[in-house]
Design a protein around this ligand. Structure first.
Ligand code: SF4
Ligand code: SF4
Length: 305
């Protein structure tokens, strides 16, 4: 096993972040491990998973195509999430670090903590990404936004290789000027106004910055994360007093969709409903928020050369 002094940490960091970008990440950075350890609750700190961890690398991939915003929520719920691309890059990155630098590394599981139930993740990938400077918390339930890439899906890698950390973003793009104008007019920003279950509330200060963000996670989850609905339907079927009631519990058209999603392994199982992001000017109109915009920018840059 190599020791840190054999490796130039700045060059190693550049190679690792370059790997992430070459594999499709829009943004990547290194979070300040001491800050994560201070902020994350006990049991959910990087050292709780990997005691000798020295660095946390966060990366983000873009959301869906621009065309996706033209389809209704019932379709977008199936394919709007692109997080598996981020996980794939992070997995590869952990192998890359072990192979190239000889330091133990691990793809940070994005999953729920078996000791905490289905609302408690093992780690906060959001906190890692925020501290790595690749997103800032928004009024839409703290979804991270980036001024150039809009909203992204994040993944993290833990490694025993020590890398210099990045800083959180100095400026938060949320709320956008048009959101401040709407808030001054009706008391809501677009994400708040268009959330179908009104689970977002908050305040914008005199300075045009976020003052208070409130997010009713249970209401959002009920709308967009249906995996907890399955046991409820099964209990209803077990407790049904008549055959007709049991049939209703299992074969009502809405409930039958749950069995479809289970059998198809559908991403719609725990997607967002996306309406807050559909209404968000940063998510949809940031300069490099989607492949059409990124393609235009690349073509323009190529023409200048
Ligand atoms: S995902 Fe849907 S339910 Fe959740 S905050 Fe956004 S708009 Fe509201
Ligand atoms: S719509 Fe987007 S930018 Fe505007 S307040 Fe909501 S999250 Fe922030």
């Amino acid at each position: 096993m190599k020791r840190s002094r054999d490796i130039d940490p700045i060059a190693a960091k550049a190679a690792i972040l370059d790997y992430c970008r070459r594999k499709g990440a829009l943004a990547a950075g290194v979070a300040d491990l001491a800050a994560i350890e201070r902020i994350a609750p006990p049991g959910h700190r990087p050292k709780d998973l990997m005691p000798r961890v020295k660095s946390v690398i966060a990366l983000g991939v873009g959301g869906q195509t621009q065309g996706a915003w033209t389809v209704p929520a019932k379709a977008l719920g199936y394919f709007g999430s692109t997080e598996t691309r981020a996980y794939k890059i992070a997995y590869g990155c952990a192998f890359f670090i072990e192979q190239k630098f000889g330091f133990r590394s691990v793809y940070c599981p994005p999953d729920m903590d078996p000791d905490g139930g289905p609302r408690v993740p093992l780690q906060s990938l959001k906190l890692h990404a925020e501290l790595a400077g690749i997103g800032a918390r928004s009024l839409a339930g703290d979804i991270l936004l980036h001024p150039e890439y809009g909203y992204m899906y994040f993944a993290s890698v833990f490694t025993e290789l020590e890398l210099p950390p990045d800083q959180p973003m100095a400026d938060n793009p949320c709320p956008a000027p048009s959101c401040v104008a709407m808030y001054r007019s009706i008391g809501q920003t677009p994400c708040m106004k268009f959330c179908p279950v009104q689970c977002l509330t908050g305040e914008v200060g005199e300075d045009g910055k976020q003052k208070v963000m409130r997010y009713d996670m249970a209401a959002c989850s009920e709308m967009s994360q249906q995996y907890e609905t399955v046991p409820t339907r099964i209990v209803e079927a077990i407790r049904a007093e008549t055959e007709a009631e049991r049939e209703d519990a299992l074969f009502d058209p809405d409930n039958k969709m749950l069995w479809y999603k289970v059998s198809a392994g559908s991403g719609g199982w725990f997607a967002q409903c996306f309406e807050c992001m559909r209404a968000c000017p940063i998510a949809t109109k940031a300069p490099l928020a989607d492949p059409l915009l990124r393609g235009q920018a690349q073509r323009a840059a190529a023409e200048k050369k």
